[in-house]
Design a protein around this ligand. Structure first.
Ligand code: KIV
Ligand code: NA
Length: 263
């Protein structure tokens, strides 16, 4: 397989072939995921919860993200590697540029930031310097304290319009990818259709260009109650590699997510 690039994702959007993404935090599982065809590997700050045992992503540091990005970048894979900017590394454009620079030097091919239209100037500055940006909208876990919990976003018409407008503004500012977490299926489809860049969803329904899940969740390694949008691909497969292949197949054939995974 040729290395997956931003151009690959744009092509997949253009031709209507969905692509699959998973979080990855270490070289071994990143290699297996890549071998199973997963197009994008995200070093998510979800590692604060699934690896470090914290109750939220807020304690994750830039050094933690750099360490795990280096681990994943050593994987034998042609997948596109995306890394999260952790909580409060976006207080100024300069700070964000410096933090993103370190993640790129650790081996990321693009960075992801949580936020809305207020990030536009920073997105432009990153893009101008050759750092492709994904903006994570909807349920943004770094804002869990402001949101009052992990809940669906954009449920009323006013919030939905605001999210749609923010996505357009960020695309205009240079965002290369938009990721929507926990938004109603219909809104995710509207945002996707209003944009030209690829849209990745998690708990956002099937009408987007790519899907992502936290690796531990799709392997059935969830402690506590799994979110509604998760499917346990280990349950019917029995090996990690087979579960990755089943997920890739389900995403590319649009059999995941199905209605029970949607809002
Ligand atoms: O940190 C993470 O795992 C994420 C995904 C859930 C999109 O941001
Ligand atoms: Na994240």
């Amino acid at each position: 397989r040729h290395p997956i690039t931003l151009q690959t994702l744009n092509e997949r959007r253009r031709t209507g072939q969905p692509f699959s993404c998973l979080t990855a935090y270490d070289a071994t599982l990143a290699t297996l995921a890549g071998n199973a065809g997963i197009e994008v590997l995200l070093i998510g700050d979800s590692l604060g919860m699934v690896l470090q045992g914290h109750a939220s992503t807020l304690p994750v540091t830039l050094q933690d993200m750099i360490y795990h990005t280096r681990c994943v970048a050593r994987a034998d894979t042609t997948s596109l590697i995306m890394a999260d900017l952790p909580f409060m590394t976006n207080t100024t454009t300069v700070q964000t540029l410096q933090a993103a620079g370190q993640l790129m030097q650790a081996g990321a091919h693009m960075v992801k930031l949580e936020g809305e239209a207020w990030l536009a100037e920073t997105v432009t500055a990153l893009t101008q310097r050759g750092v492709p940006v994904c903006i994570h909208m909807g349920l943004t876990p770094q804002s869990v304290n402001a949101l009052g919990g992990y809940r669906v976003q954009g449920r009323n018409a006013q919030q939905a319009e605001a999210m749609l407008e923010a996505a357009k503004t960020l695309e205009q500012a240079g965002a290369a990818v938009i990721l929507l977490e926990c938004v109603p299926r219909e809104l995710a489809g509207r945002i996707r259709d209003a944009l030209e860049v690829p849209v990745i969803g998690i708990g956002a329904g099937p009408d987007v260009d790519g899907q992502i899940l936290v690796m531990h969740d799709m392997l059935g390694a969830t402690t506590g109650r799994a979110p509604r949008f998760v499917r346990d691909f280990m349950a019917d497969t029995g090996s990690i590699s087979a579960a990755f292949r089943a997920y890739h197949e389900a995403v590319t054939t649009r059999s995941f997510p199905s209605p029970e995974h949607c809002f």
